[in-house]
Write a protein that binds this ligand. Structure first.
Ligand code: FPP
Length: 285
């Protein structure tokens, strides 16, 4: 289905007089964020309030992932990056970590038809090589099966840390500098992040009210608009997402200037301060 028709179909599907329809109609389709990033927080609290085990909150969180992915695809959002597991999350009880892997496998298994129907291209970002094969294999498989899709780009950040990502980017730069001259500027760093080739997030959403960025996309959110809602992740539904996009559309984005203009594309010409690293001899082995 063409992207324009996806959004039209969404509007037609929403019940006349419903809150969701009023919200969707208020959104300017010409100013949909190119990239939305979400810190999905509050699963544990959601479960605690219901006197349920924490993992029940993660289980309920999967439905919020499904609804958010589908709505983003239908609203013609270019990319959606969801923070599913941080490099710090290994500190959680082993049983909780295992449940998260189980839910992830179930999600990948069940959602493939939806990803295909909505032309969604799936990818995972993070230190994926440190994940168990039982998690890496389905991630790779769904990425391969959706690589021809051209709609929403869905990234799951797994075993992800913003500082770890910068360390990996610096290592890649140093490695390349060993092989030949290299200009180091903002574009060179962006090109070596896990999100290379994607626009930076325009909108960063965090659920459950915490005012932190928690080591998420530290480089990429330099100019993102922040939206923090008290809603716990499992309760983050379509209306919540539409409200976040509407709020984003009311912001006056100045990027450090005086009008709405994105920063110039990073590159040697626009960043003359970029340092040139001369080829260094390979270290003796
Ligand atoms: C944060 O809530 C949430 C996580 C660390 C995991 C996110 C996982 C899901 C939404 C479900 C599985 C995801 C996919 C993609 C299938 P928390 O546990 O830190 O909540 P709390 O702060 O209330 O304890």
């Amino acid at each position: 289905m063409g992207r324009y028709y996806q959004m039209k179909a969404l509007l037609e599907e929403l019940a006349p007089g419903s809150g969701d329809l009023a919200l969707a109609q208020a959104i300017d389709p010409a100013r949909i964020p190119a990239h939305i990033a979400i810190i999905m927080d509050g699963n544990g609290r959601w479960a605690r309030r219901r006197r349920m085990p924490r993992v029940a909150g993660h289980n309920a969180g999967v439905d919020a992932v499904r609804s958010t992915v589908e709505t983003c695809a239908r609203m013609n959002v270019g990319a959606l990056t969801l923070y599913a597991f941080s490099v710090e999350n290994w500190k959680r009880p082993r049983s909780e970590v295992e449940t998260l892997w189980h839910l992830l496998r179930l999600y990948l298994d069940r959602e493939l038809p939806l990803l295909m129907r909505h032309d969604i291209r799936f990818g995972a970002i993070g230190r994926l090589h440190e994940l168990p094969v039982s998690v890496r294999a389905p991630l790779d498989s769904v990425a391969r099966q959706t690589e021809g899709n051209r709609g929403l780009r869905l990234n799951l950040a797994i075993n992800y840390g913003g500082r770890a990502e910068l360390v990996d980017a610096v290592k890649a730069l140093v490695e390349q500098a060993r092989r030949g001259p290299l200009v180091i500027d903002e574009a060179a760093i962006s090109a070596r992040l896990y999100t290379a080739g994607l626009p930076d997030p325009d909108l960063l959403i965090r659920t459950s009210g915490e005012m932190r960025v928690s080591n998420f996309l530290l480089w990429q959110i330099a100019y993102a608009e922040l939206y923090v809602t008290e809603t716990l992740w499992p309760d983050f539904n379509r209306a919540e997402l539409l409200r976040a996009i509407l709020d984003y559309q009311k912001r006056d984005r100045r990027f450090g200037g005086i009008g709405e203009a994105r920063p110039a594309a990073a590159g040697p010409a626009s960043h003359p301060q970029g340092a040139l690293i001369e080829a260094a001899p390979a270290p003796a082995r």
